[in-house]
Design a protein around this ligand. Structure first.
Ligand code: SF4
Length: 394
């Protein structure tokens, strides 16, 4: 029995969501501030049990830091480097392939390609590097590397290159089983003067929404998500969740929603900003489950290194990409948990852990979402449930 005696409206909303009925934005806002937050968590868990009764999943990946120059500048980012920085990355094909082969030995199944936003538009160094590789855009190069890795290692590419045009996504569709683009927030206020996306035109919500819609029209399984704690208001969080839900209802291609907490980093303009309160973040994750229902929800465990297991209590069903080989180049100060500790934490809360592919199982049986040429690479590392066979990982 739910006990929200001090908040009868919230009780009715939780009961409604348990019946599978859609709640309104106003009701979702009330849940964010419900005094009995344990009731909100409990409801989120119940919805997860009903809609995602299988194992908790993760994707065993390698992180390919293709190029970390970026034409944009977000106030919280340390991934973006300048050409003379010691940690600048401009990977050549042989370096990409070397990591992929090492990942194959460690039974990784995902090759995650990450770049800054259109570096060639700002940096002559990026243009020369691409020119030396026979390309004029980063996306063309990633397409070639995706094909190379597929053919030589069988790892399945998933690219996160920020906002892409429909043409660019079409170029990647035949070699990438899925794409990633974070919405971060639907709030245009974050693009105003003094806000984190002031100097990041690609983070304008209109641009991100267009990218997500283009991916939907192209039937590309797509990962998106929210970055919490960068100056958005609680209403923005709710609006963003409803926006993602709406886009998915129109196209059915949002394979996963990441709820990521902002972590302040030294040397950035937001280094002294306060990260989201742990308890409030937990409630946000729960409300995400209540709003998004049967959609896949992930919280990255490495950004919460001491307490990530608690997100299972808030209704998540996935831990995202975990690498036994490469670091998280976007958040290098936060190492990924080992896969064995991920398993221990998951099992300690009564769930099993399974490796999935970088495309979620529900898309595998639908030819509209999977390019024909990808099937020969997917089938050998996929069981009847659409997960990586356990004996493959032994
Ligand atoms: S667009 Fe991405 S890589 Fe570029 S500055 Fe923003 S967060 Fe960093």
């Amino acid at each position: 029995m739910l006990t929200t005696k001090s908040d009868p409206g919230a009780y009715e909303t939780l009961a409604k969501s348990l019946e599978g009925r859609q709640i309104s934005k106003t009701e979702a806002m009330e849940l964010l501030f419900c005094q009995d937050y344990q009731a909100v968590l409990s409801t989120a868990r119940s919805i997860r049990e009903k809609t995602k009764s299988g194992p908790i999943t993760y994707s065993r990946k390698i992180f390919i830091n293709v190029i970390n120059l970026c034409r944009d500048s977000c106030s919280y980012c340390t991934y973006k480097k300048e050409p003379m920085d010691d940690l600048v990355s401009m990977m050549r094909p042989e370096e990409v392939l070397e990591i992929a082969k090492a990942g194959k030995i460690l039974k990784c199944t995902e090759a995650l390609f990450v770049t800054g936003e259109r570096p060639e538009q700002k940096y002559p160094q990026a243009r020369s590097w691409l020119h030396s590789l026979g390309h004029s855009t980063t996306i063309e190069y990633i397409r070639e590397m995706s094909e190379n890795i597929l053919q030589k290692t069988g790892l399945l590419p998933h690219t996160n290159a920020g906002s892409l045009t429909k043409k660019e996504m079409s170029l990647l569709r035949d070699t990438n089983v899925s794409l990633g683009v974070m919405l971060e927030s639907s709030s245009e206020r974050l693009t105003q003067s003094g806000m984190p996306h002031e100097m990041a035109p690609s983070k304008n919500p209109k641009v991100r929404i267009k990218t997500l819609e283009n991916a939907g029209e192209l039937r590309i399984p797509t990962t998106t998500g929210l970055l919490i704690g960068i100056g958005e208001e609680p209403q923005d969080i709710i609006d963003s969740l409803f926006l993602i839900k709406d886009i998915n209802q129109r196209y059915g291609h949002i394979q996963e929603v990441i709820i990521q907490n902002f972590a302040p980093k030294p040397g950035t303009r937001m280094s002294s900003n306060t990260p989201p309160d742990n308890s409030f973040f937990l409630v946000i994750v729960s409300v995400a489950r209540i709003v998004l229902g049967e959609m896949n929800i992930q919280v990255p465990p490495n950004l919460n290194p001491y307490s990530f297991g608690k997100y299972l209590e808030a209704g998540i069903n996935d831990w995202g990409g975990i690498s036994p080989l490469t670091i998280d180049h976007v958040n290098p100060e936060f190492s990924w948990p080992s896969i064995s500790s991920l398993k221990d934490v998951t099992q300690a809360r009564g769930y099993s852990l399974r490796a999935r592919l970088p495309v979620y199982p529900e898309y595998l049986s639908d030819d509209k979402f999977i390019s024909e040429g990808l099937r020969p690479y997917i089938d050998p590392i996929c069981d009847d449930h659409g997960l990586v066979p356990e004996d493959y990982l032994v």
